[in-house]
Ligand binder design. Structure first.
Ligand code: 13P
Length: 254
């Protein structure tokens, strides 16, 4: 299973900056990606088309893929401000994020809505990175298993039949580690990833073992190698440290 190292640019970068970062990333990667790795860049909607062009120009045929940060679960229609799977595919996206904690907590997305998006995007041909993770209060209240279980149960409702395992990726992102500089400890990551794998097994017994589980939350160049070497960690989802090409290239090659 190839490790997936993903950059989540969140609400940063206009077209020029996105294009320049991709050019710098190509230089930082030495214009090639190790055979056991895939890389993804989750750009803001307005920079997707420019990012696709930059990827084609600077890293043609390389294992660097484009992703979007959100999607609406409908083909088209009167959904002001929303974006459809076909619009993302039209911009050369392979991936989309669903269930990011910033959308769950800042924008009030329910677990059920995350599940609708996940199933719809997969059926439409996008590969999905479904994010899960607990708040500090939930962790300290002993509710890690209950929270991840509920997020996975709702997030994986109504999946398309015969889903190829590599099309669905999970990202465990403890909310208390996102953008805080407080990375989860080795024991916490091992425990949560093993738990997530067990919970997915209950829902998708035929394919859980072949699905990737990424870790996200304050990943930096100096901790990436250690985290990616842990059991059940199949890649990284990087926020702040992905904004500079140099630090993201360092993480991608860790
Ligand atoms: P940071 O790497 O900035 O903590 O963000 C993690 C994240 O939310 C990636 O999706």
């Amino acid at each position: 299973m190839k490790k997936l190292i993903a950059a989540n640019w969140k609400m940063y970068k206009c077209r020029h900056d996105a294009t320049q970062t991709i050019a710098d990333l190509a230089a930082g990667l030495g214009r090639s990606v190790p055979a056991d790795r895939e890389i993804a860049v989750f750009a803001p909607f307005t920079a997707l088309a420019a990012s696709a062009e930059a990827l084609a120009a600077h890293m043609p045929g390389k294992a660097v893929f484009l992703g979007a940060q959100d999607v609406y679960p409908a083909v088209e229609g009167a959904f002001t401000g929303e974006i459809s799977p076909s619009m993302l595919l039209d911009c050369s996206c392979r991936f989309v994020l669903t269930g990011h904690s910033e959308r769950r907590h800042l924008l009030g997305e329910s677990r059920e809505f995350v599940g609708e998006k996940t199933a719809f995007a997969l059926a439409a041909g996008l590969d999905v990175v479904l994010c899960i993770g607990e708040t500090l209060t939930e962790r300290e209240g002993g509710r890690l298993e209950a929270v991840l279980g509920a997020q996975l149960e709702a997030g994986l409702a109504n999946l398309p039949r015969d889903l190829e395992p590599q099309r669905l990726v999970f990202a465990y992102e403890p909310v208390w580690a996102i953008g805080t500089g407080r990375v989860a400890g080795e024991k916490e990551i091992l425990q949560a990833h093993a738990l997530a794998r067990e919970l997915v097994k209950k829902i998708l017994p035929a394919s859980y073992a072949k699905m990737r589980i990424l870790y996200g939350g304050s990943v930096k160049p100096d901790n990436a190698a250690k985290i990616i070497g842990l059991d059940n960690v199949d890649g990284l989802l990087v926020g702040g440290a992905s904004l500079q090409a140099e630090s993201f290239a360092h993480i991608a090659l860790a």
